[in-house]
Design a protein around this ligand. Structure first.
Ligand SMILES: CC(C)(COP(=O)(O)OP(=O)(O)OC[C@H]1O[C@@H](n2cnc3c(N)ncnc32)[C@H](O)[C@@H]1OP(=O)(O)O)[C@@H](O)C(=O)NCCC(=O)NCCS
Length: 151
């Protein structure tokens, strides 16, 4: 059975290793373990994980500053995609934002990431800007698409 569980504020860094394991598969150009651990230790960090009875299969990490939430990292294991798990985690963040008085949720996404853009658009996010050549990849630089939605 699928469960979406918030990261416990006092023990977020306990989740560094399993989140990093998913990152290495789903976001291989992303952060190293030390950067992830450091983020999890920040008081502004919020997030949730998706898990089955057996294992963690996804995560969403964001930061809350005043009444704004920014999605920082978000992934579902490849074998568990297109089952609505990403949408469930976005729904969790929206409810969290509502419950804590947030006004907007922001994110940036690589211009070549059609799956994530489709998910965000179906979740009510709209494009408001573009940052040229923002992401550095082995194959070259890719624009960042900036998206937001109100809570
Ligand atoms: C983006 C990601 C988190 C989506 O997770 P997911 O659990 O597969 O998403 P969902 O099943 O909830 O999809 C919800 C909707 O998003 C859209 N969507 C998701 N994946 C899609 C794809 N590959 N192609 C087109 N649309 C897609 C669809 O509208 C989908 O609804 P539908 O299945 O009813 O058509 C997942 O693809 C992933 O981990 N990608 C690699 C990491 C990544 O890119 N993270 C985001 C960084 S900004």
């Amino acid at each position: 059975m699928l469960e979406i569980a918030p990261l416990p504020p006092d023990r977020r860094d306990n989740f560094a290793d399993p989140i990093f394991a998913i990152m290495q598969i789903a976001l291989p150009d992303s952060w190293n373990l030390a950067t992830l651990r450091n983020l999890l230790l920040q008081p502004t960090c919020v997030g949730c994980i998706a898990k089955t009875d057996r294992m963690m299969i996804g995560f969403l990490l964001a930061q809350k500053v005043d009444d704004q939430l920014e999605i920082l990292s978000f992934a579902v294991l490849p074998q568990n995609r297109r089952l609505g798990i990403g949408r469930e985690m976005l729904g969790w963040l929206l409810r969290y934002g509502c419950d804590t008085g947030c006004r907007e949720i922001f994110l940036d996404v690589a211009a070549d990431n059609a799956a994530a853009m489709a998910l965000y658009q179906s979740g009510g996010f709209a494009i408001y800007d573009r940052r040229p050549q923002y992401y550095i990849r082995k194959k070259g630089r890719i624009d960042a698409i900036l998206m937001k939605r109100s809570v």
